[in-house]
Design a protein around this ligand. Structure first.
Ligand code: IVH
Length: 689
């Protein structure tokens, strides 16, 4: 047996050893957490430098106390060397499959048969229900609590050794602290790829032009069937246990007890519940169906197991299936039909979504005649054409999607699907930026599909700030066609008579509203730019633009390169701004607004009152005393710019409580960091408090 705690040297007190082991375990836990954040979530929360120093600490401890080195130390990079081939290994106990039940009758028959078999004794036994995880079955062996082998199911008798890949799974415990006395523990369960990780993996592959997986199960299978464990390590795999097949302590007599035992050893397990009768079986089944979409992983049904392990033994197996369990499958969610046509819908923010029109088909009890094709990139990825035979997948309540295209069934009548050049709603140009999947209509101010959004944004507090014209009233006027574009707001003055007659609007409230509209004409350039609702141009970008260009005509005429010189503006936003002012309809509205009297004071830079002129600040963390807007206003008044992310151009990072990655980045780049209290002192110094 591997004794992690065996004495090292006679002169070393046991207490010290325990402390060193505890420190090693802590470092291992932290390093594994960061490995997962880096490799799987693609979202590191510490810098490479910090990671390296943690790792160096562990290496140092391991060098100083080699006999205390932990089996699962990530410093080994265990299994980073590819194997030449997979080794075939016989299972100690065959890995079986489950009989299926497809409806309540099938499950009732299963329960009846179990009761008949129990032959009078133990009638109406308890069942345990679990989610049927859609991944790959694996068998794991732990020798004296140390992970030693992982096998695939194979043909049920002989599997393949995938230890090198399974070892890299982040939630798999490699050392079971309480199992040192169990010579051999066999745990079975499912290796799967959570939905979020799957989507991310495919997105990354798509960007790199590599193949994408059809579903999380295929992705998990593809990842486990790698000879090079570095690939498996980079994939977001997870292990969920569902049985203990050897070595379960005798005191545990039920399947639910075995699941709790696994949890206590640090395993994630398939979510489970003990149920007393058919009604409860069906209740949990229905409840799970409604929650299916919210689960982090895909499931294709539930498993109903007799809870007593002794009764399981009594019932035994029928050929290759246990008599004591059944899979209660969910209704099928795929069907095949023809894609007849594609319509382009324009969303509230201008994105164009292709909607496939289908020859109606029944999918799991629901007639489906529309599918979402998501975006133009998805059409290209699927390689789908109008007239194709396609597989439709429906998951819960969400709009069904095309999961597969039967290219071999294609006939001569198929036609390519093109992205329209102009918006089907307003005829403005449609733009699909290079390398992006999402096409957008550029008629932000005029496209009726986007108009409500544009109007509400235009009058909002940080934009033109027209109180007295709330969003409900605005939408009502829009529906009545009193206003179509934002410029029409300033034409309401001519319509006082009509407005006064509307329900809920008396003479006084109309007068107040028109006064607020009139007042809003006197604004600032940055508010005006923000109010236009150009994609990617938030309040602070608008302010940066106003400061940089000083005049609207200069901004209108700026080239993409000139726009890129403005602080905090990247390529996509620069292109959006450029395109916005090149769209004829948008310019008409902008000109109308100015003709109707919208104006602002010239932007003057007063460096005398701007002691922070030229500085770029970033704010992060939780701030106690002042809201972010207030802080920004002070900083702007003092001449500083405020941007969202830390870079070499950042002058100061204002870091509140619980500051995370931005603080790390600032430390890494040597950017000056001030606390909230230091900031308040600074404000006081400049007479702003
Ligand atoms: S128990 C004797 N429990 O379903 C077989 N299987 O159709 C015991 N599966 O190969 C299997 N989730 O890969 C069991 N909670 C769960 C499961 C589960 C998924 C898979 C497993 C098995 C297949 C059987």
């Amino acid at each position: 047996m591997t004794d992690l705690f065996a004495p090292l040297s006679a002169d070393m007190p046991a207490n010290d050893k325990m402390a060193i082991i505890a420190q090693m375990r802590k470092l291992i836990r932290v390093l594994k957490h960061h490995n997962h954040a880096y490799y799987v979530l693609d979202h590191p929360t510490i810098t490479d430098g910090e990671y390296d120093s943690l790792r160096a600490k562990l290496v140092q401890l391991e060098n100083d106390f080699p006999t205390l080195k932990q089996q699962d130390s990530p410093t080994d990079n265990v299994g980073d060397t590819p194997l030449p081939f997979f080794t075939q290994v016989s299972h100690d106990l065959p890995m079986l499959s489950l009989a299926n039940a497809f409806n309540a009758d099938d499950v009732a028959n299963f329960v009846r048969r179990v009761n008949e078999r129990l032959d009078g004794k133990n009638q109406n036994p308890e069942f345990e229900m679990e989610l049927k995880l859609d991944g790959l079955a694996v068998s794991l062996k732990y020798i004296n609590g140390v992970f030693s082998q992982a096998l695939t199911r194979g043909d049920g008798q002989v599997g393949e050794d995938i230890t090198h890949n399974v070892r890299t799974i982040y939630n798999l415990p490699l050392v079971l602290d309480d199992c040192q006395d169990i010579d051999l523990l066999e745990v079975r369960g499912e290796v799967l790829m959570p939905k979020a990780g799957f989507l991310k993996l495919n997105e990354q592959s798509r960007k790199r032009g590599e193949r994408v997986f059809a579903n999380p199960r295929n992705a998990a299978a593809g990842s486990l069937r790698q000879l090079n464990p570095a690939i498996a390590k980079s994939r977001p795999l997870a292990f969920y246990g569902y049985s203990v097949n050897q070595g379960l302590p005798n005191a545990i007599t039920t399947q639910s007890g075995a699941m709790r035992f696994l949890q206590a050893q640090g395993f994630d397990v398939s979510p489970f519940k003990v149920v007393a009768n058919l009604q409860q079986i069906d209740d949990f089944y229905q409840e799970t169906i409604t929650k299916r979409d919210e689960l982090p992983f895909e499931i294709d049904g539930m498993v109903v197991k007799l809870n007593s392990l002794a009764l399981q033994d009594d019932l035994g197996f029928l050929s290759r299936e246990p008599r004591w369990a059944t899979a209660y499958k969910f209704p099928a969610t795929t069907a095949t039909t023809r894609l007849l046509d594609v319509e382009w819908q324009v969303g509230r923010t201008g994105q164009l979504t292709p909607v496939g029109k289908l020859e109606p088909v029944n999918v799991g009890g629901v007639t489906v005649s529309n599918v979402t094709l998501h975006n133009f990139g998805e059409i290209e990825r699927l390689g789908v054409m109008m007239g194709d035979i396609v597989s439709i997948h429906r998951a819960g309540e969400v709009i069904p999607k095309v999961s597969n295209v039967m290219e071999n069934l294609r006939d001569d009548n198929v036609r390519a699907i093109h992205l329209p050049n102009t918006c089907p709603v307003c005829d403005s140009p449609v733009v699909l930026p290079d390398g992006e999947a999402l096409a957008r209509c550029m008629g932000g101010l005029v496209c009726t599909a986007q108009a409500q959004e544009a109007l509400i944004h235009f009058v909002s507090r940080k934009a033109m700030d027209i109180d007295g014209l709330g969003s409900q009233r605005l939408i009502k006027f829009f529906d009545m066609q009193l206003i179509k574009t934002v410029a029409d707001i300033y034409r309401l003055t001519d319509k006082a008579q009509v407005l006064q007659k509307l329900e809920g609007l008396g003479e006084k409230s109309v007068a107040n509203m028109l006064f607020a509209i009139e007042k809003s004409k006197n604004t600032t350039l940055s508010r005006f730019i923000f109010a236009l609702g150009i994609r990617g141009v938030g309040e602070s970008t608008a302010r940066n633009l106003a400061e940089h260009f000083g005049r609207l005509d200069r901004l209108q005429n700026a080239s993409v390169d000139e726009l890129l010189k403005v602080v905090d503006i990247g390529k996509i936003t620069a292109k959006n701004i450029h395109e916005f002012f090149r769209t004829k309809h948008n310019m008409e509205v902008v000109n109308d607004l100015m003709a109707l009297g919208v104006h602002w004071q010239a932007v003057v830079k007063n460096t005398a009152n701007a002691p922070l002129d030229g500085q770029t600040w970033v704010i992060t963390g939780t701030l106690e005393v002042m809201g972010r807007d207030e802080i920004k206003a002070h900083l702007h008044a003092l001449g500083a710019k405020v941007v969202g992310s830390v870079s070499t151009k950042t002058s100061v990072l204002l870091a509140g409580d619980k500051a995370g990655s931005k603080l790390n980045k600032a430390d890494e780049l040597g950017v000056r960091v001030v606390s909230e209290s230091e900031f308040l002192a600074l404000l006081a110094e400049y007479g702003r408090m």
